[in-house]
Design a protein. Structure first.
Length: 93
């Protein structure tokens, strides 16, 4: 069975910014143990089922650039300038 300590639970709660009451801790530990045990079982089962098939091979192809007219797309933009979309800045300088 998977193990999780009280300290690990409190650390997870702190990282997740979750406030736990003292009476919730033991119940959460038991629930997490159950979830982790289930995940271990699923991992064992799925690990046994992994097979390599020649159908699952990545096919690489060269990138091919095609010329296209950007005017129809830019005509739909709220604001465009010199063949580019104009957008509001999202980062401070």
């Amino acid at each position: 069975m998977a193990k999780i300590t009280r300290e690990e639970l409190l650390k997870l709660a702190k990282i997740s910014r979750i406030n736990l009451h003292e009476d919730e801790i033991e119940e959460l530990i038991e629930q997490l143990k159950s979830v982790l045990s289930y995940a271990e079982c699923v991992g064992k089962i799925s690990g046994d089922m992994v097979t390599v098939s020649p159908k699952n091979i990545n096919v690489y192809r060269p990138d091919i650039a095609h010329k296209s007219d950007s005017k129809p797309i830019l005509a739909q933009a709220p604001q465009a300038e010199d063949n580019f979309f104009v957008v509001l800045p999202i980062l401070d300088k």
